[in-house]
Design a protein around this ligand. Sequence first.
Ligand SMILES: Nc1ncnc2c1ncn2[C@@H]1O[C@H](COP(=O)(O)OP(=O)(O)OP(=O)(O)O)[C@@H](O)[C@H]1O
Length: 426
Amino acid sequence: MGSLRLTENRLAPKAETNGKKKNVDPLLWVSEDVAVQSLLNKLIRSSLVNTTNQVEVLQRDPSSPLYSVKSFEQLRLPQNLIAQSQSGTGKTAAFVLAMLSHVDPAQTWTQCLCVSPTYELALQTGKVIEQMGQFYPEVKLSYAIRGNKVERGQKIQEHIVIGTPGTVLDWCHKLKFIDPKKIKVFVLDEADVMIATQGHQDQSIRIQRLLPRDCQMLLFSATFEDSVWRFAERIVPDPNIIKLKREEETLDNIKQYYVLCNSKEEKFAALCNIYGAITIAQAMIFCHTRKTAGWLAGELSREGHQVALLSGEMVVEQRAAVIERFREGKEKVLVTTNVCARGIDVEQVSVVINFDLPVDKDGNPNNETYLHRIGRTGRFGKRGLAINMIDSKHSMNILNKIQEHFNKKIEKLNTDDLDEIEKIAN
Ligand SMILES: Nc1ncnc2c1ncn2[C@@H]1O[C@H](COP(=O)(O)OP(=O)(O)OP(=O)(O)O)[C@@H](O)[C@H]1O
């Protein structure tokens, strides 16, 4: 039968059945009881039932969805989720699967929307949707990104649309390529930056307001500042929450070091010193401004090192081409700004260098960006190395604050000891 009797006292295991002794695992009983109670609570909270009696009646009715369910999850109701998980742990696969499992390929309109903060990330996530979707060939995907032209007056027939917030909003609202009322799943990737950045926030919320009330909302990121959590919980109705403790945010497989220098030039000399060691695999070097990134890439090239430069002022197609070359291993070192700090997944990156530490517009440490930057290495359990270059008392202070924030020691590294660096980089 499989139905549950929710009013029974299930805390006390029955010791006998038909007069015979039965071995009962008390833990199983307790956990079943918790599940039953949780199911009842959630059904009442969701206004699906009002009383325990009503549940009992429904559970006796074979035509009711409650007839055989043992948990709330088995009802397969769309559940909203705000989920935090460390960098490189597979959040993309999780939300791609959620989208694929909700698509009805017989309906030729967009049913799932995924919004990413950058063009590069939208392309990368689109590739994952294509790869995972190859086992579901009827499901079609479209990219709502700059440059992807759709004829006016048309409706998008693809089931899943991935894009950047401005273009997704245009497609749903101004251009009406998508009917937002038919969306079943809405994903905000890198949700904290989508919420914390003013422009992205306006666009994301305007998209969300166009969606039907029962649309499932999934918000994912490796980091959520406290104020962003509060905001996310306000905009997502009745969310399930997966939250990391602060000390769980940093990954032990990424070893963190700092190098002490006195100036930008000394940092450059130290970088040249370790260049051979860090290019055993691939490396990403982060700078605070486009100007520094351009300068550093130029200086490294003059020293005879082959590097690629990716920064925000390049047109998006150029940026996508640079990432592609880096992903294919044609370039070993990528000098970049925060435009690449989040989400970019290149398995072979074994070293991340913060040529400048990440700071916000007031010069305070940007802990979230630090975590995302170093998370470009150590993907899915691999080992990684993060090196922070310090050139002043001020930057040492910032590093100390980052250490305190994550409660994680960042060790001093001697750049003359190449053997040590090679050992770590390997
Ligand atoms: N179940 C799995 N088995 C093996 N590899 C996996 C699995 N799930 C994900 N991966 C791989 O792990 C890598 C990291 O995954 P992904 O990019 O989704 O991480 P993420 O959690 O979104 O990270 P970030 O916070 O940096 O965006 C990818 O290369 C992906 O292919």
